[in-house]
Design a protein around this ligand. Structure first.
Ligand code: GLU
Length: 294
């Protein structure tokens, strides 16, 4: 049996904080304990928010924590053609359609509907896509695209689910409601998710699934906030004929007032703590990991 493969996949859109330290160290420790491999992947598809100085800081902070990773590091921005191929494959199956409403227009459509009844939200709390773009005639779609209108490419979830078999994953950690063991996916809770945009040929959901497969990741260990995203990932894995990894969603590190840490808060940024004289051992203890990796 080949050794298990773990990965830590941060986005360089801010400085790493204690929550990232926990996730990275946990992955690294699990890989070591299992005699497995540890990969670092830079998830930099969002050109407007990702910056080279944040990427440089990721390498610096992780090395300071005592983490080492295989090189070359995969950077998602260098693989757009791969993601495009996958979108084309799904389009070929008739599972993709473009939508043209802006975020503000979508918010207005939702507000309109909500005057009558409550409108469903996805597990992240965002309203499901309510637009009519799914039924736009092909000619009209082509026309809008030719005119240069911005668009998002969405997965037609109903059609996608008609093509997939039973969707469940092995959870070695736990979900927000304590879900563990074999978990049944709930992709319909997300509606028609965006898989690409006019300016960005991929999305988090699509590139994470493709990269984990290409890098032969066997164990996806990540924060509990991504637990229900796994439902969408399973759908894409089945449609694209990709093997499913095992998942372990871990607890989130909170600040003193019980809030999820944010990249914009200075107080828990690793470089800030390092500047104040914290040691890697102190960081381990602060996030509740054993001092010496077991
Ligand atoms: N890039 C994602 C983040 O920074 C993590 C992706 C994952 O672990 O699946 O939140």
């Amino acid at each position: 049996m080949p050794p298990p493969v773990f990965r830590f996949a941060p986005s360089p859109n801010g400085y790493l904080h204690l929550g990232h330290a926990y996730s990275a160290l946990l992955n690294f420790d699990l890989a070591r304990r299992a005699g497995g491999r540890f990969l670092l992947r830079i998830e930099d598809i969002d050109a407007t928010r990702c910056r080279p100085e944040f990427e440089a800081a990721i390498y610096e902070d992780l090395a300071w924590l005592g983490i080492s990773w295989e090189t070359p590091v995969r950077r998602q921005s260098e693989h757009f053609s791969r993601y495009r191929e996958a979108v084309e494959k799904l389009a070929g199956l008739g599972l993709i359609y473009p939508s043209f409403e802006s975020r503000a227009e979508i918010a207005r459509l939702v507000a309109q509907r909500e005057t009558e009844a409550s409108w469903p939200r996805d597990p992240d709390g965002a309203p499901l896509y309510p637009g009519a773009a799914k039924s736009l005639p092909p000619d009209r779609r082509r026309e809008l695209i030719a005119q240069g209108a911005p668009y998002a490419l969405r997965l037609d979830m109903q059609k996608a689910l008609a093509r997939t078999k039973e969707l469940a994953w092995r959870e070695d950690g736990a979900g927000p409601g304590g879900e563990t063991g074999v978990v049944a996916a709930r992709p319909e809770a997300w509606g028609d998710v965006i898989l690409a945009r006019k300016e960005t040929p991929t999305s988090y959901h699509l590139s994470v699934v493709i990269d984990d497969a290409l890098q032969r990741v066997t164990d996806v260990v990540r924060g509990r906030d991504l637990f229900w995203s796994t439902s969408v990932h399973l759908v894409l894995q089945q449609l694209l004929g990709i093997r499913q990894p095992v998942y372990r969603h871990h607890r989130l590190i909170e600040d003193a007032s019980g809030h999820k840490l944010s990249k914009s808060t200075q107080a828990t940024a690793l470089r800030e703590l390092r500047g104040q004289g914290a040691t890697p051992a102190e960081i381990r203890s602060r996030v509740g990991l054993p001092a010496v990796p077991r």
